[in-house]
Design a protein. Sequence first.
Length: 170
Amino acid sequence: MLSHRHPEVEGAEFVVFADPSRKYLDCTEGVCRLLGYERSEMLALSIENVSFDNREVSKQFAEYLRRGKMDGEYVLRHKDGNPIPVRFRAFVFSDGCIAAVWEPIKDWRELYLSALVEIDPAKLKHKAEMALLAVQQRMHELKSIPATPRSEQQSLRDATSALQSLMKTT
């Protein structure tokens, strides 16, 4: 990686640097593994190329540059086309560096989000079934935890309803 000395990104496994036109300038090897690209391929791409749904990228990026930072959840696109849900923290540093740290989502929500963004009907049923199994497994695990947050319980119920609806349409 180029010489970037920002405590917010140091030591992170998944870091990207971009220019104001949204083209990638640098990234960690973790990013290459996560997205399935060789480094040279990755540095030839833009944010739109790795966004699962790139319709709002330009608008969101402009807002991010205006604010100087942004965080949230996002769905990236693997080289093979599969969605990769991540949490991100993005920064515009005073020296002009534009950077983001990604963290892949590894819990039931990952499968749930993957099912929600699937557009191929043949894959949708399988992904929805897998996500529903993961949601049900988490609900079962929570039965043994006395102080489960109500918000997580509600999220699981909402996910179950959404996935069952998706499965009816396939």
